[in-house]
Design a binder for this molecule. Structure first.
Ligand code: SAH
Length: 241
């Protein structure tokens, strides 16, 4: 074959390879979209699960959960369970993310604090529903990775900080809502202090095998506390001083 002929063949093959790659990419993207719609239908809106807030369901249908899990776990990104994200930590089960988000009653004008950024997925779901999200992660490499993923996916209203969430984020306080995704033994006082009057906090409290999710509401300076669900979260580490 002449030099020109083999060049032509090579460029044709190259174009075919690019086209195949693009086709495969869109097939995968379509698979993830279908899996995400199924997750919303079967794990969140289904009887017995009963997530009803339409905005929350729409956010769960939109946020690409597979982008927040390790590459080798992507196939299971829309399954009904938590997944490891490295450093001994996990991304919560989709139902728990939707449940906690629904209980917070997010509004488009809200500024929300999250303790335990982890993968950044919960922060992304909130970012789709509220004005600003402030999220703190104590394991620095997780904080940096979540920050990079959120930036790559254009969630511009999430602010990530590496640090001890026990102390909250005083410079950005007070918050309309606070969500804690790691379990302390007691509700940290700084977080109560940083919640607005009328604000809501959802937080798992207790030792690893005996935790309850509590909804705290601040009304006329008093804190009302209601147990809403038995759960199992990773413990809150860091300073309790
Ligand atoms: N919301 C996360 C899941 C979080 S797992 C997601 O959507 O993926 C709980 C996270 O809380 C872990 O990453 C853990 O490192 C973090 N964590 C534990 N104690 C903490 C503390 N004192 N301050 C901030 N983050 C903490």
């Amino acid at each position: 074959m002449s030099g020109a002929g083999s060049k032509l063949l090579a460029s044709g093959l190259c174009r075919a390879a690019v086209a195949l790659h693009l086709t495969m990419f869109s097939v995968f993207a379509a698979d993830f979209t279908a899996a995400r719609q199924r997750m919303v239908r079967e794990q969140l809106a289904a009887p017995g699960r009963d997530i009803t807030n339409r905005q929350v369901l729409a956010a769960m249908a939109r946020v690409p959960r597979h982008e927040f899990v390790p590459e080798n776990a992507r196939d299971g990104a829309y399954a009904d369970h938590p997944l490891p994200i490295g450093h001994g930590q996990t991304i919560s089960q989709p139902y728990i993310v939707a449940y906690m988000t629904e209980v917070l009653e997010p509004r488009p004008t809200d500024r929300v604090l999250e303790i335990g950024t982890g993968s950044g997925y919960q922060a992304a779901v909130l970012a789709a529903l509220v004005k600003e999200v402030y999220s703190i992660e104590i394991i620095e490499p997780l904080a940096r990775r979540a920050e990079a993923d959120l930036k790559r996916l254009a969630y511009t209203n999430v602010h990530v900080r590496a640090g001890d969430g026990y102390k909250g984020w005083p410079e950005a306080a007070p918050f309309d809502a606070i969500i804690v995704t790691c379990a302390p033994e007691e509700v940290p006082q700084p977080l109560i202090d940083q919640l607005k009057e009328g604000g809501r906090m959802i937080i798992p409290v207790g030792p690893i095998y005996d935790q309850n999710l509590y909804l705290l509401t601040k009304k006329e300076g008093k804190v009302l506390r209601q147990a809403v669900l038995a759960v199992r979260f990773v413990p809150m580490t860091g300073g309790k001083k």
